[in-house]
Write a protein that binds this ligand. Structure first.
Ligand code: HMG
Length: 391
């Protein structure tokens, strides 16, 4: 029996802003974004989508392959909550037609929430092998217009089916983690955009990596060379390169462009165009690696570092399954990314503003923009209304 990821699927909004256009509009050099932070595009959420539609759209391919009635739990990780009480997972439960014999809960710790959900799901299955847990990480990364964080926005969701049939990645027992009460990034209840001490946050990320790795080594006694590839939480792709350089230094490896590129494989490709999706970001990186790496990674060990501001970091590992390529949704994902529509800077601003207005409204009809299967059509008497496209 190997417990871990049986299926993994992502969804992102069908709209994006090109970072060259962003640079021009903000009066910055384009290379600051394409090279300095390592982003080419960012996915932009339309006013008729939110974490629920992102999540349901991400989980749909899995639910088309497996009977939704067999799912025993939904663990929904997000820091872009739409309600202080009702779990976003309960909306998703309804949209996907899951059984009432299913537990649903929302989990939060900034970008670390997705990993907390994954580890809980894995442990649920280890205790009871008949559990089939749907882990969903969904977020909308939103910063103040004109702030340094604006360039690192994005949105998306990753859905993972966790069971005792790890067709894609078996999660290994034992990880290293690190928690410290810091104010590097946070979003008080009265705000719809995050506050961030940007430079400080990158330093805390690296500190968390160092201590999580040290703890991991004490627990697992694995050396750097026991890993074929590494995936990192990706607020922007340059962050992972900095993180990996730090790890190589800590483990006395020779860090140069070629050795770093070899270790990261294709894990940065999707995130360069999607941007930050907070709790889902690490898993976009994992999907990107598995779907794009030229080398067959079957049987190889992947190291994963999850970071959530505030802060919690965790380093853990997984072994790639033999026939993993047969179970990926590669064509679906690549078609979705290729079909996204480019926005002008002024449409991006209009979407940004309208999204905020929807979030603050209790009674509003919402125009139809997205081509996603699920969308938010209205809020009536404080209740969000979701509809499915009739295909
Ligand atoms: P900034 O002040 O706009 O950018 O903030 P900068 O001036 O530091 O430039 C960025 C990089 O571009 C620098 O490289 C420049 O040298 C380079 P570095 O020194 O860092 O290696 N650069 C250029 N390169 C080539 N050609 C050029 C050029 N110009 C400049 N012409 C910052 C950047 C990331 C701080 C900002 O975008 C920000 O605050 N972002 C949000 C916070 C963030 O993403 N933090 C990451 C760690 S915390 C985290 O990951 C958690 C998070 O996901 C939230 C959660 O957990 O929920 C954020």
């Amino acid at each position: 029996m190997s417990v871990g990821i049986q299926r993994i699927s992502f969804y992102t909004a069908p709209f994006y802003l090109d970072m060259s256009e962003f640079a021009q509009a903000r009066g910055e050099e384009r290379d600051k974004f394409h090279i300095g932070i390592g982003q080419d595009q960012m996915s932009v959420i339309s006013p008729d989508e939110d974490i629920v539609t992102l999540a349901a759209n991400a989980a749909l391919p899995i639910m088309q392959e497996f009977d939704p009635k067999t799912i025993t739990a939904v663990l929904f990780a997000t820091e872009s909550g739409i309600d202080q009480s009702k779990s976003a997972g309960a909306f998703v439960h309804g949209l996907l037609g899951l059984s009432s014999r299913c537990r649903v809960v929302e989990l939060k710790h900034a970008c670390y929430g997705g990993t907390a959900a994954l580890q809980m799901a894995v442990n649920m299955v280890r205790v009871n092998t008949s559990e089939r847990v749907l882990v969903i990480a969904a977020d909308v990364a939103r910063y103040e217009l004109g702030s340094p964080g604006e360039a690192t926005q994005g949105c998306g969701a990753v859905a993972m089916l966790i069971s005792n049939q790890a067709d894609i990645l078996a999660i290994e027992a034992g990880s290293g983690y690190y928690t410290e009460d810091v104010m590097d990034f946070w979003r008080p209840n009265y705000r719809d955009t995050a506050l961030v001490d940007g430079k400080y946050s990158t330093m805390v990320y690296l500190t968390a990596l160092k201590y999580a790795w040290q703890y991991f080594q004490e627990e697992r006694h694995l050396a750097y060379n026991d890993f074929a590839r590494f995936c990192y939480h990706l607020p922007f792709t340059k962050m992972a390169i900095k993180a990996h350089s730090r790890l190589m230094k800590l483990t006395e490896q020779e860090a140069n462009e070629a050795t770093i590129e070899q270790a990261m494989g294709s894990s940065l490709r999707y995130n360069r165009t999607v941007g930050n999706s907070y709790s889902a970001s690490l898993y976009f990186g994992l999907i990107s690696l598995l779907e794009n790496d030229a080398e067959n990674l079957a049987g190889q060990r992947i190291g994963l570092f999850s970071y959530g501001s505030g802060c919690v970091g965790e380093f853990f590992s997984g072994i790639v399954a033999d026939r993993y390529r047969d179970y990926l949704y590669t064509t679906k994902h690549q078609t979705l990314l290729a079909a996204r529509q480019q926005l002008t800077f002024s449409t991006y601003l209009a979407f940004y503003k309208q999204f905020g207005e929807v979030e603050r409204n209790d009674n509003i009809e919402i125009a139809h923009y997205t081509n996603g299967h699920f969308r938010l059509s209205a809020i009536r008497a404080h209740k969000r209304q979701y509809v499915q496209q009739s295909s």
